[in-house]
Design a protein around this ligand. Sequence first.
Ligand SMILES: Nc1ncnc2c1ncn2[C@@H]1O[C@H](COP(=O)(O)OP(=O)(O)OP(=O)(O)O)[C@@H](O)[C@H]1O
Ligand SMILES: [Mg+2]
Length: 388
Amino acid sequence: MQQSISREALLNAIRVRLAESPVVALLGARQVGKTTLAEQMAAAWVGQTVVFDLEKTGPLEALRAAPERLLSDREGLVIIDEVQRMPELFEVLRPICDSRQRKAVFLLLGSASWELVKGVSETLAGRIQFVDVAGFSLSEVGGGELSRLWLRGGFPRAFLAEGTGAWERWMESFTRTFLERDIPGIGSRVAPAALGRFWRMLGHFHGQTWNAAELARSLDVSVSAVNHYRDLLAGTFMVRVLPPWFENLGKRLVKSPKVYLRDSGILHHLSGISAMLELQLHPRYGASWEGFALEQVLMAHGGREAYCYGTQRGAELDLLLLRRGRRWGFEFKCSDAPKTTKSMQVALDDLKLEHLWVVYPGTLRYPLTEKITALPLLEIPGLELQTP
Ligand SMILES: Nc1ncnc2c1ncn2[C@@H]1O[C@H](COP(=O)(O)OP(=O)(O)OP(=O)(O)O)[C@@H](O)[C@H]1O
Ligand SMILES: [Mg+2]
């Protein structure tokens, strides 16, 4: 029997937003558990619930034929799954949201970003709130599972797979379905093999500054093609594009984003890594930790106002988070006992950071200087990003 992992914090975030807005959208990659969360919401809902799954032809055609009639007089919780299949729905929802007679709230589930599903961006402005759903986080699976979560990634079926063989098979089938069915499903005509090559190649550049020309050369395609591939993978939540921070500091700053595969399990699968020992010996060991820990920070503290920072002379900061007008720095170090570096000091001074956290896999929190602390990844969710 498959184990079930409780996601109370996410369910709570959905509940709070549904009490505040007529529409809540759960957005996240394929297979992260969106439908399961919606089912759990429905099971606990007091009152009527109805589900339209737009992956199924019947509900999709019915909604296309008579959307107002099917949606406007509803009561209770209305769940619409796979909304990216019907972007025109947003136009229909707008007057329903604004109606005084409205008795329903709408929970929309989608696996492609608004930018990718054209024409829907502003339609529901002011009426919609978002909840980002990623794979399992460290706080959901528990600190004792850190290595497993890092190695296998957070997709529920990948994380819970019984044995390495089952994990590999799930990854193989997931990546293939994603390329051959999900990407065409959002209206893209990119050849699956070309996007697959790009995805794998991006694994080699994981955690590096985006260099479209270099990738285009390696793949023998145009620069605009690699930019398009990147946007497709970012818009389907497979890739993280971390924008660069710049301000006038009198220094030459790096003005390109950094790019990561968001799920460490996918990175490992595409890199042929299936055991911890292989990961430890792999040239991308440090980069893998960086991406994994970065995603955990952004899951716990939100992905908005998050930047990378680098100067042309080589000083760098993995992550700058702006929260309530204050600046927090994060470095991700996969070592037993991280130390300070010159680069950390430069970033601390340049950016006037409140504090710099050096996030590592250990269990002991200890000060490195007055403003730099070595922090176990386990302590990320409880970290208070405000001055005492
Ligand atoms: N909390 C959980 N604990 C255990 N297994 C889970 C959990 N959430 C999801 N799963 C399993 O992961 C798989 C994917 O979940 P689900 O269908 O909810 O994801 P989804 O995001 O809706 O995927 P898709 O975008 O492909 O529709 C399912 O087999 C589901 O049973
Ligand atoms: Mg689903």
